[in-house]
Structures are given as C-alpha cells and as structure tokens.
Design a protein around this ligand. Sequence first.
Ligand SMILES: Nc1nc2c(ncn2[C@@H]2O[C@H](COP(=O)(O)OP(=O)(O)OP(=O)(O)O)[C@@H](O)[C@H]2O)c(=O)[nH]1
Ligand SMILES: [Mg+2]
Length: 363
Amino acid sequence: MNERYCQGCGAKIQSTEPHRFGFVPAHLLNQDAVLCQRCFRINHYGRNELGPVAASDSLESIQAGTDWSTGVCLVVDLLDFESALPPELLGLIRGKEVVLAVNKVDLIPKKTPYKELESWVKSRLDYYGLPGVRFVLVSAANGYGFPALADHLATLGKQVVFVGVTNVGKSSVLQRLLQMRIGGGKRKQIEPTISAYPGTTVSVSRWSCPGGLVLADSPGFVPQGRISDLVSPELALEIIPHESLSSHLYPIQAEDVVFIRGLCAVECLASGGQGLLLGFTGSGVRWQKSSNRQLDKCLQKGSELAPIKVWEEALVELKPREDLFINGLGWISARKAKYKLRLTIPAGAEFTIRPNLIGQKNT
Ligand SMILES: Nc1nc2c(ncn2[C@@H]2O[C@H](COP(=O)(O)OP(=O)(O)OP(=O)(O)O)[C@@H](O)[C@H]2O)c(=O)[nH]1
Ligand SMILES: [Mg+2]
C-alpha cells in the first residue's frame, strides 16, 4: 500500500495512535488529500496538542527536502534575524541556488524606509558569509513583496523547497504563494498548516502547481540560543514577535538596569556621557527600567514560579547606534553615548552586538 502524508504538515498518516503525529481516524481516509487530527485542531481551535516535532527528525526532513530540490527559498524573520542563519542550517543548503525571503516586515514601524532595511540586511548577509545572496523583504501577513519573490523563485528550477529555523513563517510564505496561484491554475483546498507555536510542520509536504512547478514546505530547524525555545510553550507565545515592534527610551547611567521581567537584565556599569538606551520587542513582553539593587527582583531570581533557574552573565561594550540583540527575545540599542554593560540571560541563551536595525545609521 502507498504511504500517505498529511497535506498540512507532511506527517506520515496513521490510524492507530491518536497521540502521535499523522493520526487520521480510519473512516476519514477515503479522500484524495487528508489532513491529520493535529493540523485540524491547530486550524480550528489554535491548539497544538502534540507539541513540536523533534529537532533530529526535522533535520533529516530538511536534508531530504534540499536534496530533492532544484532551489531553496530560505525564510528568515526580520525581528529575529540573528537566530535565523545558524551555520548547521546553512551547511544543509550549501551548493544550492538560494533566494532569501526576509519575512514579517509588517512588524517594523511604518516610518522605517524599506531601502534602509535592505541595506541593513545586505550588510548582515555579508557578515554571515552570504555576500550577494538574493533577498526580498516580504510579509506573509499582508502580501508585501510577493510579486518580487515569485519572480525570483521562478529562476530556481521546478522544485523549490522552503527552509528556515522554526516559526519564521515558511508555511505562511508558501501559503501566500499558493493563494496567489503561483504557476497559474486553481487554488488547492488544503493549505500548509500555520501556527504560532514553533515546530508545527513535521516533514516535507509538496504542492504541485500547473506548469510543472512543485513547492515543498519543510519543518523548521531548531536553532541554538533562542530564549523562546528555553521556556514553556505558553511563555514562548508571549515572547515571540507577533505585534508591531515597540520601543521604549531610557536615559541610563551607572547602576541603572533595563530588564524584561524574569527573562533578562542589562545593568549599566559605566557610560561615556549622557546617553540613552532604547529597548525593542515585538511581543507581549516589554523592557522596563529599575536600579541594580532590584536586579534579583527584576529577574525573579529565587522565585518558585520563575521558569529560569540557571543564569549566565557577560560583560559587553555597546557603542552609539549598536544593538545588543538577545536571540529569541528582543534588543536594546545605544544612542549618544557608549556603555559598559553587564548582561544577565538564561543559561544557553545567545546574544550578538550588531549595527542598529531601527533608526538613523552610522555613516
Ligand atoms: N506579523 C506576521 N506574522 C507572521 C508572518 N508570517 C508568519 N507569521 C506568523 O508566524 C507564526 C509562524 O508561522 P508559520 O508559517 O507556522 O511558521 P513556520 O516557519 O512554518 O514554522 P514551523 O513549521 O514551526 O517551523 C504564525 O503565528 C504566523 O501567523 C508575517 O509576515 N507577519
Ligand atoms: Mg511550518
């Protein structure tokens, strides 16, 4: 008998174990394309009851997807850019023709010119050893950039796979392209399953478009160091960027602390004059300011209910118009003065100092 796969998430269909991926009750199997119970429940109730796919399984599927493909659309989340290009993932697509879809630009404040974002992305790609890679700013939420993306994808051959780390919007980008009727023809009934929880797509799932083009979704690569992956799924939903980027401005001097409650703190050890720190997040959590005497309270250290038990510290210097980016959380940006800072983050979380994403740039 031919094996069948869920059209929404790519899981292998089975009718024996309701608590495993790919379950479809036997009486529903007599349709051409099937959707597993997990995808059905995600689509109708927003609940991902079985949790994310295991990182090792998704790795195998990504490898299979890229081996099969003639070209790769690498999807990254502009608000979590520094988590989006792990070397292991870049290794999986090495040698392939690649177009980058820099997604979620709808979350950037409207007054930021897209030209400015493009030069920022270009310089970050140079930094990550990807000079000259083609990229398009897109929003799967509002359709921005999709005509340009479709033109680029048309140069990748007939078998294009969408890859990227978890939750960047691979399935959403693919869904938007299918809704545009890329390649012409009618819209398919079952679309890729999308959810706010990382780890939704389970395996490679393919869509044949008229004209011979085949588009394939793939599971997300689980990157190291994102705070959103170190906490419970409920807290992760609060942390993951999903609303328009907001910023708060704080005049900062020695002994001040800016923090995101229970998740991270940045203590000012010294500043080279009167300067400001801007705290950015695109999620349900916010930067606040306090004094270093309140540090333990800000981090909820010692509290029974706090999710983070082990912390790490790092000393960093931040110059004007540099961001201190904390993977899977948000960032702070220095203005006017340079700072010596002590960063406290959950053990295993990663951070990067980078040129500022938002606001006037150093020339
Ligand atoms: N604001 C905004 N949200 C988006 C956009 N694209 C995707 N999302 C949201 O991002 C979350 C993840 O989207 P998915 O398409 O499931 O992401 P994925 O990369 O396929 O995730 P996995 O399958 O888990 O690896 C969902 O809550 C989407 O609604 C976008 O352009 N803008
Ligand atoms: Mg997906």
